[in-house]
Ligand binder design. Sequence first.
Ligand SMILES: [Fe+2]
Ligand SMILES: [Fe+2]
Length: 336
Amino acid sequence: MYTQALNEKAPSRDANAPPEDAKMLARFQAVVDAEDKIEPNDWMPPSYRRTLQRQISQHAHSEVIGMQPEGNWLTRAPSLKRKATLLAKIQDEAGHGLYLYSAAETLGMSREEYYEQLLSGRAKYSSIFNYPTLTWADMGVIGWLVDGAAIMNQIPLCRCSYGPYARAMIRICKEESFHQRQGYEIMVTLSRGSPAQKAMAQEALNRFWWPVLMMFGPSDKESMHSADSTKWKIKRFSNDELRQKFIDATIPQGQHLGLTFPDPNLKFNDATGHWDYGEIDWSEFRRVLAGDGPCNRQRMKARQAAEANGAWVREAARAHAEKRRQRSAAAKIAAE
Ligand SMILES: [Fe+2]
Ligand SMILES: [Fe+2]
């Protein structure tokens, strides 16, 4: 996981910034239009840079915070095989965070600055990770649906105009595909299991379905800030288009499991060839984003504690690097 269209205000232009050079801007747009990549040292409009700094870092934060709901079940996985698989999946998410922080750093802001934005609550992360994981079936549903939604969102990002982001996404998407399959396989096992196991799978689907649909961000009617992202080829599909693609792909998978979706308005529309679905509760989405979801405080507290508990490791690494630097400087002097 996961980038999320959060419908925040596009970063405003610096009041004192020099007017963008029209020639540079035209050259930049020509590269983008030709589907070539913008690289870190290329000229880019300041608003393009800020948009990507925000999007990539929030994506990285989501990967890292996203380890918590699944970490909750590591010690209670039902078998050694399940535990090893879940552990590998969660470690992948840590890796995704690291690639993405590296990509975000190429835009001229340090990792520490991005961390600070997360830890101080100024930066957002995907709303889905503020929901609790109450049963083992939630591990199935998260892989199947949350990673599934992430893939839908992230495949188009492999063609993003910013080179380091696009390249990071290629590897991330391959791993997300494994995550989705491991989740679906848990769901297959549970839904073919005892009545209690099937009920547990159904109950997890009931709880996660609507929050997962919210992962794609506000509806296009309310999403006012995607024009620039589209022109810059950061965003290729609208929130509603991605949500519809996800629903169309997911319903048959749920039917294969013999599960039902908690939406009485879900109906295949012969005229459009798509599934129609009910109204999303956007007030819940806004509440969770604003910090008032079931687990927001718990997630931030755990992240802040991890940062504080890791302080001595960073300190030791710095001291070690300094010692090595001094040693090699001394060796250099002795050799002269
Ligand atoms: Fe991920
Ligand atoms: Fe994942």
